[in-house]
Each structure stands twice: as C-alpha cells, then as structure tokens.
Write a new protein. Structure first.
Lengths: 265, 115
C-alpha cells in the first residue's frame, strides 16, 4: 500500500504542529470521525516529540511522516535517521515518559523498529469504520524545507491548505495574508496534474523571515507558465497579485514555479 | 493570557499547545509560583495539549503543593483531544481536574496554606 501522504521536514518543536495539521487534514478528508482524529493528532504529536527530543544530538535532523488509509486501517509511520530511540524523560523534563503510553493507549497497534545508526521508525495503526480511501500521496526528502507530493483532488487541497495555514500562522502572517496564502495553495492543488513531471502534485516550502517560498514542481516544460496563466481571473486581476514574486525557474533540468508570499508588502 | 480575580490568577490556555509552547508555559507558571498567589490552569478553551504540556502542569501542581500555593486545573468538556489525553493518562484524577473554571477557582482559593 503506497502512502497517501508523506512529509519530510526538520525535527524541530515548531514543526510538530505542521505535521499534526496535515494528518488531521488527511484523516478528516478520509471521513474519519472526530474522536479518532483527536487520537491520531495525539499519537502523531507524541511520535514527533520523540524524534524532536531524542533522535538527534547535534542539531535537528530529518523527521519523516507517512500515512496510508486502507479499507479498515489508517497506518501512520514516523521515522528518523538518528542514533537510536531513547524513550526516557528528557533532561528538560519535557516528555515525562507519558508519550509512549499515550501512543500505546490511543492506537490499535504500534511497533518501534530500528537500531543504532539506522534510525527509528514508529508505526501505529488505527482501525477504521469502512470508508473511502482518499486518492493521494505525499512524499518528501529532507532538510530545513518541507517537501511533499500528493495526488490531486480533495486530499491535496485539504492537506496543502492546512500545511500552508500552519506555516503562515507560524510566520505571523496577518489573517488576510494567511487566507491569501491558502487561496494560492488552492490554485496550485487545483492545477491539472498533467503538468507535473511525476504525475503527482509536488512542492517544497521554505520559510524565510516573514516569507514562505513555495516551489511548485518538478513541472513539465511550459507547466510553470500554464500554472501562472491559470491564475488569471476571468473578470480581471490575477492570483499573482497575492504573491511578492512569482517566477518560473529551472533547476536540475526541471521546471519549477516559485511563489514567494510575505507577511507584509 | 491571565485574568486576575480576587487575588487568584487564571491562566487561560487557548488553542493548540505542544512541545513548542511548553517552555513558555513552564516559565510563566514558575513565575506565578514564585509570586505565591493561587492560580488556576484553565483548559476550557484549549483545543489540543500533548504530554509536554501535561508534564508542565503536573510539575506546577507538585511545586504548588510543596510551597503551599493554591492550585487547580479546569477543563470544561470542550475539545475531544484534550478530554482524551486527560482520561487516558489518568491525569484527570491525579491533578484533579475540575469541570468548570468556577469550581477550579474555589478549589485553588481554598487549597493553599494560609500565610
């Protein structure tokens, strides 16, 4: 079963809410009820906390989160590439060792795999009432930027809106800028998937000082211009006006549409 | 966000709180403990808390008991994620958690040792 959603981002405390929002978006889109969504949010948060607190000793490394929705189970995997898992209270007393018992109590099954030098994976399963599996997938590399790929449609729209909303809120965007950013995300997720090189919506988001750089791609040749053209509003005006800059760039033989949004002009 | 009522401070925890906001909450509660006035941690408007927030609240309870400062927690049956975490960890009984801000306030006002 290919993951519906894959996220990769730096293992930092401020990134946990981004993962939580993305997973909540996936679960709600899949028609999962509020109680189960609440449990999922807690489990993914506690699993990410373990990565942030325990996986890396010399600054934050990568934190990777996959989620797959099957006919009867949602499977969540939280992975790091650290030295090994230490399920103990941190020196700062931040976790108190409640995290793992919470994961055990709120999931229907969970396992921890890994060893020294190969990183650790925590896999948790949540039994579901039969529901339609959403069509999506997100995938990531690593680094300080967030990378995701997701199949087009409602899932892409929901997950991207939540991720952009969380990042824009964290960058202290005023409310109208935050909704502008989500609107741009909607335009990206509504764009025809044929313009994406991998047949899936793919993008990276890098945070600057009060700005977000959204690199949409890799795209097929001309895909960036077509996406910009699709942002023109028939009655006049353009969603481009919501960005500080919007330009097509080439990188590693691929095309990207880079949208810069800022908290202020 | 705090509100003071008759010498009692209500620490209102609003929205989502986790590892990222726990240090600021810890610092804030430690300051209230140093001041020595009774306080209520009000979770009625919280939509999400994780184990690091629970850890800060539990530590505050221990410190308050040790120094005779009135302390109580309120949770008004709001967000599912908050309710579940309090239930599953057993913290609801351990703290204990009161069903309303008013109930917690009267507990906090009466629970400190008179100085």
């Amino acid at each position: 079963m290919a993951p519906e959603l894959q996220l990769a981002l730096a293992a930092r405390a401020e990134n946990v809410i981004v993962v939580r929002q993305a997973i909540a978006g996936l679960a709600e889109t899949a028609g999962i009820g509020p109680g189960r969504v609440a449990d999922l949010k807690t489990v993914v948060t506690e699993a990410c906390n373990n990565v942030v607190l325990h996986a890396y000793q010399d600054g934050p490394g990568p934190m990777e989160v996959d989620a797959s929705v099957g006919a009867d189970e949602l499977q969540l995997t939280v992975r790091d590439r650290g030295e090994g898992f230490q399920p103990t209270a941190s020196a700062a007393g931040a976790s108190l060792g409640i995290g793992l018992p919470l994961i055990a109590s709120l999931s229907d099954r969970f396992t921890i795999r890994g060893g020294s030098g190969e990183g650790t994976s925590l896999v948790a399963g949540f039994a579901l009432a039969p529901a339609d599996a959403p069509p999506g997938e997100t995938r990531g590399e690593t680094g300080e930027e967030l990378r995701m790929t997701v199949a087009p449609g409602r899932l892409a729209r929901e997950v991207l809106a939540r991720v952009l909303g969380a990042l824009a809120a964290r960058a202290e965007f005023p409310v109208e800028r935050l909704s502008d950013t989500v609107l741009l995300g909607d335009a990206v997720s509504d764009h025809r998937v044929a313009d994406f090189l991998e047949g899936r919506l793919a993008l990276e988001i890098a945070e600057g000082r009060g700005t977000l750089d959204i690199s949409v791609g890799p795209l097929k040749a001309g895909g960036g211009e077509r996406m910009l053209a699709a942002m023109e509003i028939p009655a006049g005006g353009s969603l481009r006006a919501l960005t500080r800059s919007a330009e097509v760039r080439r990188r590693e033989d691929s095309e990207y549409l880079v949208l810069e949004v800022a908290a202020a002009d | 966000m705090d509100r003071s009522e008759n010498g009692l401070t209500v620490v209102l925890i609003r929205g989502e709180h986790d590892l990222n906001t726990a240090p600021a909450l810890r610092t804030h509660l430690e300051r209230l403990l140093t001041e020595g006035s009774p306080f209520v941690v009000d979770l009625t408007e919280a939509t999400f808390i994780d184990s690091s927030i629970l850890g800060v609240i539990l530590q505050a309870r221990r410190d308050a008991a040790a120094s005779g400062v009135g302390f109580a927690v309120a949770e008004g049956g709001g967000a599912e994620a908050v309710r579940r975490v309090l239930d599953v960890t057993g913290v609801r009984e351990e703290l204990p958690v009161h069903g309303s801000r008013e109930e917690a306030a009267s507990q906090a006002a009466g629970s400190g040792s008179p100085t």
